[in-house]
Design a protein around this ligand. Structure first.
Ligand code: KIV
Ligand code: ZN
Length: 385
């Protein structure tokens, strides 16, 4: 089993979600929970971007001992210096610097030639490597960068002292085949690549972030970057819990694992949702309220007999107390009887059939039937058998 490092960027890329603004105290609270979850790196913010972000990176750096603490920095000396000031008290400080490399970004955003980009990468990675024990370099919009130029840029960054090369699919444009290929290409063409960590960083604009991250892992990525609940710019970043559970559930396919304490996932998800105000959709994989809920009678009957009939992950694995059998118009008699038992009533035979019939009629009339509704039906039946 290969161990894949988890780089959490909930506090940086995740905080870039429109409408999200975490206070320093909230960032520290999330960072401490991420440490409990067992992530390997925590990107605490972008120190040069504002005094508040500087203070948050510093505060996280002072509290976290078991994970590397990272600050983002543009490839300019002032940003790298600010990151160093914020991180110098960290047990394991790490710099993440980036420069866009795609033709679109070079022409319209940076107005830089390829030669200028290469020179800046060389100079700034070297500058950062003289201060930091670990330097990650990201060619922003790597996904839309010419392959030969990407190889050149990464070669320069590795030569200048980068210890991690991160390949961002910044706009979530690539397919799993295309993204996986980049990792094979770099492993094959960049001298000295075996000495550095290769990292995946996927956005979810086409809903492919998890598939792309898994493709990167299958093609040689040693680390992936993502956020809790998949929050982030636009459609978000890859959801850490999805990749971790795909690796865990399909070990035979990926032959790779994270060091995460999976039972901390539900707690971490709830905390991030509460503090960011970003609601987790009920059908969200792994952490949604319906991820372990069963409504149809056939499914409920199967799960009551043997959970693996309709559950590929046990809810306890990710820290939920149990699965949920939701009683509704699709529910069966078996689940209904079990639910009555949990409410303290052992109904059988004709009595059970009668209450079950009334329950189904009520489901057709009411959007949501509550336990109080069910208890009223039972009490009525017992009073007038
Ligand atoms: O998506 C992206 O390109 C980024 C970089 C800053 C690495 O988040
Ligand atoms: Zn990103």
């Amino acid at each position: 089993m290969r161990k894949i490092l988890v780089f959490d960027t909930t506090l940086r890329d995740g905080e870039q979600s429109p409408g999200v603004n975490l206070s320093i105290e909230e960032k520290v609270e999330i960072a401490l929970q991420l440490e409990r979850l067992g992530v390997d790196l925590i990107e605490a913010g972008f120190a040069a971007s504002s005094p508040g972000d500087f203070a948050a990176v510093k505060a996280v750096a002072e509290r976290i001992k078991d994970a590397r603490v990272v600050s983002l920095a543009r490839a300019v000396e002032a940003d790298i210096d600010a990151a160093w000031e914020a991180l110098r008290g960290a047990a394991q400080p790490c710099l993440h610097t980036f420069l866009a490399t795609s033709p679109i970004h070079r022409q319209y955003k940076l107005r830089m030639s390829k030669e200028e980009v290469l020179a800046r990468v060389e100079a700034m990675v070297r500058y950062a490597a003289a201060k930091f024990p670990e330097v990650e370099f990201s060619p922003e919009d790597a996904g839309r960068t010419e392959h030969d130029f990407l190889v050149e840029v990464v070669t320069v960054a590795v030569r200048a002292g980068a210890t991690t090369i991160n390949i961002p699919d910044t706009v979530g444009y690539l397919t799993p085949e295309e993204y996986g290929y980049l990792f094979r290409l770099l492993r094959e063409k960049v001298p000295g690549i075996e000495k550095v960590r290769l990292s995946a960083h996927c956005h979810d604009d086409l809903g492919l972030a998890t598939a792309n991250t898994l493709a990167a892992i299958q093609n040689g990525a040693d680390q992936f970057e993502g956020t809790i609940n998949g929050i982030g710019e636009r459609a978000g970043n890859v959801a850490i819990e999805e990749v971790a559970l795909a690796l865990e559930t399909r070990k035979g396919v990926y032959q790779a694992t994270t060091g995460l304490k999976l039972t901390e996932i539900a707690r971490t998800s709830r905390l991030v949702s509460r503090l960011t105000g970003m609601i987790v959709p009920p059908n969200k994989a792994i952490v949604g309220a319906n991820a372990f809920a069963h409504e149809s009678g056939i499914h409920q009957d199967g799960v009551l007999k043997e959970a693996s009939t309709y559950e590929i992950i046990r809810p306890e694995t990710v820290g939920f107390a149990s699965n949920r059998l939701v009683l509704g118009k699709h529910s069966g008699r078996h689940a209904f009887r079990e639910h009555l038992r949990a409410l303290g009533y052992n109904l059988e035979g004709e009595q059970l059939d009668a209450v079950f019939r009334q329950f189904k009629e009520l489901c057709d009339r009411k959007k949501q039937v509550t336990d109080d509704d069910i208890l009223a039906l039972v009490e009525q039946r017992l009073a007038h058998p």
